[in-house]
Design a protein around this ligand. Sequence first.
Ligand SMILES: Cc1cc2nc3c(=O)[nH]c(=O)nc-3n(C[C@H](O)[C@H](O)[C@H](O)COP(=O)(O)O)c2cc1C
Length: 314
Amino acid sequence: MKNIKKILVVSFSQSGQLADIVSALVDPLVNETENGRISVVTETLRPIEPFPFPWTALEFVDVFPESLEEVPCRLAPVSFDPDADYDLIVLAYQVWYLAPSIPVTSFLQSPEAARVMRGRPVITLIGCRNMWLQAQEKVKRRIAANGGLLVGNIVLTDSAPNLVGVITIAAWMLTGKKKRFLGILPNPGITEGDIVAARRFSPAIRGALLNDRWTALQQALNRLGATPVVPAFILFESRIKKIFAVWSAFIRRRGERGDPARKPRLRLFIGYLLTAIFILAPLATGVTALIRLLKKDKINTLTDYFQTNHLKEP
Ligand SMILES: Cc1cc2nc3c(=O)[nH]c(=O)nc-3n(C[C@H](O)[C@H](O)[C@H](O)COP(=O)(O)O)c2cc1C
């Protein structure tokens, strides 16, 4: 009897962008495999109380503390069998505030995730704006805690310059319309071309899966540009992480997500974000360049680290 390999793909997407990325990567695995040697089960995570899309500005920041601190929400029961014998799990996620989105964080902390991941290879597929390093550290930790083995990571990001990307993605998230802001700036999000091109990763995954050989997969994916690490963002994210922790504690002292008592502090946080993005970050660019020069070896080591699936101690 022929040996059919089974993949479980778990994902969540608000606008459909991540769903398109998943299709671009996963469809070729099934379609181009002779004699149907690979079968795929897809699981779309469904929060019991849906997250808004488009968001209002206050709703958008109200998910900040719980995203950062990985506080789970309630999910509808999963429809896959967590005790089935999967050969590979693909976890597709987007980043919310330097962390996996709340639906994905919730799945990672569920008993079903622990059951299905234990002892199994896992590939993460990220579709975000441009900052995924800290989020992936959190996901690495969760996968390890579930007993899964992270064998691959593929990241797709917006190609627009940072400031342009902030404006276009904010307009997209707050209107729900993925179109050119004011008709001049580029389309928000990951380009159609980049999404379609995600199929280039599929043959390496298919080869590893059919042969059950995972050790060289990440290197093969990296040769195709799977993990775009921007050195300046290593410093940037670690700096923001510390500031975000303070803001998060400050907001949560007024209540949990949805509590109207948080509103004044959320408004302050919006003010901070706007100042940080449009004033502090551009000012810090020069300082960051200097630090990169002074800490060249350390940054190079970290750049290499973020392109692997190893996990540093917390
Ligand atoms: C609340 C929120 C916070 C986000 N924070 C980040 C972030 O910290 N870093 C980043 O690169 N992208 C961030 N994004 C963009 C998302 O990662 C993602 O690209 C976008 O939401 C589209 O995903 P979708 O497939 O769910 O529609 C954020 C999006 C939302 C809604």
